[in-house]
Ligand binder design. Structure first.
Ligand code: CUA
Length: 179
């Protein structure tokens, strides 16, 4: 029983007020606009989304990462190898508890195919200070076409809670200008 029952008991047979009809139509049309914008934006919004993904066993991805590290490491920063892959090449970055492995050094104006995956849990790749956020799953390899436009030092944090060390999970990408 309602606290204030409607005075007309058969209220659902009342005609709908004009203002209400107008609002229903406005809300419906706006919903359609947003729905189609979503589809349109996916193609024309210049998002850096990944449309390329593959299934992969975590150990297979780790092998690709190791191979790249062995071939292209240019220096060491603490525990991290810093890898400078050749422009245009396939670059591998692995999320794991609790780091982004390895550190990368890319060239401004050159394009790379960045492969992202995780070896253990679900992580979130978040490139700072840019607004690039991607989910990284074990068992899936995502490919992003990347062309750095700004030189500098870019941090990577994890923005998907992955355990006690989640807040310490960081990585780094250097972008240098070699022209
Ligand atoms: Cu990895 Cu949070």
């Amino acid at each position: 029983m309602a606290i204030t029952p409607p005075s007309e008991r058969i209220w659902w047979k009342e005609p709908i007020h004009k203002v209400e009809i107008v609002w229903i139509i406005v809300a419906f049309l706006w919903g359609l606009v947003m729905f189609f914008t979503m589809i349109w934006w996916h193609g024309f919004g210049q998002q850096n989304l990944s449309n390329e993904a593959y299934r992969i066993q975590p150990f297979q991805f780790a092998e690709k990462v190791d191979k790249m590290i062995a071939a292209h490491t240019v220096r060491q920063e603490g525990a991290f190898p810093v890898v400078r892959p050749p422009p245009g090449s396939d670059v591998y970055l692995m999320g794991r508890v609790y780091m982004w492995w390895p550190m990368l050094e890319l060239e401004k104006g050159q394009s790379y195919r960045l492969h992202l995956s995780s070896i253990d849990l679900q992580h979130g790749f978040s490139l700072q200070p840019l607004n690039i956020n991607l989910q990284v799953h074990p068992g899936y390899e995502m490919v992003i076409n990347l062309t750095p436009t700004t030189t500098g030092e870019f941090g990577i944090v994890c923005n998907e809670y992955c355990g006690l060390g989640h807040h310490t999970m960081t990585g780094r990408i250097y972008v240098v200008d070699r022209n």
